[in-house]
Design a binder for this molecule. Sequence first.
Ligand code: AR6
Length: 168
Amino acid sequence: MEIKIIQGDITKFEVDAIVNAANSSLLGGGGVDGAIHRAAGRELLEECRRIRRTSHPEGLPTGKAVITKGYNLKAKYVIHTVGPVYGHADINLLAECYKNSLKLAEENNCRSIAFPAISTGVYSVPIELSAKIVKDAVKNFKSGVIKEIYLVLYGSNDYRVYKKEFEA
Ligand code: AR6
């Protein structure tokens, strides 16, 4: 399993699954969530609405993950997970987001997956803390199915912080 740290826009990634830093409503928002919904098209929102009506009428709890198709994206699937709001939810749930997303990817035979830095935007987790938690979570995940994990950083400082942490 290879871990690659890349600076870029996750909506452009040609991988089996991209992960969305959603909120518990699953009905879209700003940041990477808004970008993914815009790029995937309205069918993604329709599938998210179906998930709300069926398996998650109260919304998706923090740390959990659900999968949908990718529609107009190059990625086959979108895995939606809800990160913790810094200072308000248990920070250990951030690792759960990564682990549960990886499990779901594996169950759906994904060989490649791309993650944004969940909770480091609107939800305010410091990028240095995110890098440490993510390093621990992804390096300890053993998979016979997933071959490539991309950690996609939007900003150049975020990218540098991740590079430094993963090279340490
Ligand atoms: N590709 C990769 N990373 C991106 C992109 C992109 N296109 N756009 C932003 N980022 P955020 P959160 C980075 O706020 O903190 C939404 O409204 C961004 O620079 O998207 O988990 C949801 O609906 C940051 O490093 O997610 C929720 O309500 C990272 O993605 C709430 O925000 C995460 O920032 C979730 O907050």
